[in-house]
Write a protein of this length. Sequence first.
Length: 739
Amino acid sequence: MAQATEARGHGFGTAPVFLAGICTILGAILFLRFGYCVAHVGLLGAIGIIAIGHMITLPTALAVAEIATNLKVEGGGEYYIISRSFGTTIGAAIGISLYFSQAISIAFYMIAFGESCRELLPWLESVLGIPVDIRIVTLPATVALIVLMLVNGANLGVRALYVVAAILALALGMFFLGEPLDRGFSGVDLTRTVPEAAPFALVFAIVFPAFTGMTAGVGLSGDLKNPRKSIPLGTVLATLVGMIVYALVALKLHMSASPEDLASDQMVMARIAIWSPIVPIGLGAAALSSAVGSILVAPRTLQALGSDHVFPAGNRFLSRGRGEANEPVNATLLTSAIVLAFVSIGDVDFVAQLISMFFMVTYGTLCGISFLETFSANPSYRPSFRSKWYLSLAGSIMCFVMMFQMSTAYAVASLVTMGVIYIGVRTTHRESRSLAAVFQGVTFQLTRWLQIFMQHKHAPAQVRDWRPSFIALSRHTLDRLAPFELLKWICYQHGFGTFIHYEEGYLSVEKVTASRKILSQMISRTEASGSGVFADTMVSPSFTTALAQSIQMPGVSGLENNSLLLEYSASHPDEVSEVVKGCLLAGSLGYHTCVLRSTERNFGYKRNLHVWLTRYDDDNTNLMILLSYIILGHPDWRNAEITIFVTFPTGELSGQVSELEKLISEGRLPISMRNVRALPAPSDQSRAELVRQHSGDADLVVAGFGPESLERLGDEAFLQFDLPNDVLFVHASQEVRIS
């Protein structure tokens, strides 16, 4: 936004911000459609529309005030605030929508100006001798307004605001002093409406543009002497004054005319006022002032978009200004073409609904910015004026709810369009903040709160509610995919996994730099595989010290780490010694321990998972079966099935099979009893030989082990399984229940 920042603008104070807002709020809708509103939804409904409208606009005004006091606000108004808070990519998606709402608003106000001149049509027909349409007034008036703005710029618009504000005050005063048309009516009937009333959502959509004028003055940000002071004060004041006036007008209309009169005569306020011509004069003045306010703002938004090089072409043309005030002449010319196209349509209600949708998107996002910035507690976000986060959140939610209430099709179309624009701008502005950066602070806060909450409310987990929270430690992270894949499967839905790469050595700048490069590669792997694994690195002088440090780490997910995964390659039996030491250390501290023996088969076709249960696996059985069930829950194993081999002495075999059948039934495990194989354990054959005989083609074998066997056999406890398969050894240090 180079050109916008170089120019100092006109140096206006707070008054133009307030006047631009209030003259737009008390404009066309007030004079033309508020009687229609009271007629179709009643006084109670009209007050409801005012309340809902200001539940959107008041939080937005506060959000604008807050964000404006945190930034050095320059040209571009709301677009500048959004883009400098959310980044150019997100700002462009919203800014283009905002620009169209401002440009179409000019057309809306010029159509309304034409309605104020409708009484002149019979005279024009008599002079010209032919039937005339209201566009004979609106189109020339629009062209004249454009020419005046091109010649005189912002100075003309601001001077006109003072005159219009005086006319509006006079018009409203004469309206409030007027006599009721329905003199027989006494009292207040909150729900009195016309017989076939329009739906509430439709009436809201038509009336809502009345409340959007409160940010009209924000667009003058580049022409204000002190925008950080003038924008909050002028915007909030205009919103509050407008809300009070609308409530009083609704009450006056309800008490002064029948619903039928209000619905059939859009100039009913003129009939109520003590001097009827003042209302068309006020309408014309308000419509013109609103149009002037919008034509001051829209080109400046477009100019700011061009300065940020948002469009694929024409940015230099659009950003070019004239004179010391940097008047957006080229942007005004393009805006004029859009305005004339919509003025030619001439339908007030259609244009009003279109404007409502555009403004809803903008306001919802502005409130969202305020909420997200406040919630994330970013130290760089230090506004001198602060709104309340819950007001901003409520305003944002209300915007998007009302969008779908007004028109689901338009709401979906507008959001999809913004998404397409975002993707398009993102391709050319990759250095700008993205959605991920925006929500990083929010994610940080949620994670922090979760960790603290879980610690404060921590209660020992029930054994039947156990879920895996694994730490995996390996020095071969980039060489072997098998342990990472296994952890990915385990923490896919039911648990959480932290994969730590061990970098041997003493802590130094060189080692930390090397570990960070590896971490970057690990994160890329997690993204490419779509896994939910959390990656980290550990620099330590030995594997044992790295393990000791790792198992003392707090759980990232808010759940305490309860399991350890170690690994070794079948082709590197020399690695088993440190794995055995790690298992003994972790097991003594109450950690469940798993050891993956990986091979070149890399889990084969992932169709057959074999679980081997022996008389020594009483404590391991539940964990072995539960981990097998969790692994098969991953899409990689969607076509797989579990086969359980029960190997006991002949006298114990039938009883063990019955216990297993009961466990499968009560635990609701998707394991068919036809996949349970009972094998007598021959005294002259080892378990490894049985596994080789029956599971030679299995993609993964799950077997149990215990600290006793490790202390008795040492490395041989794992090395005896000289199989072509990948094997997962499991030891449960604590009770885990399935049913």
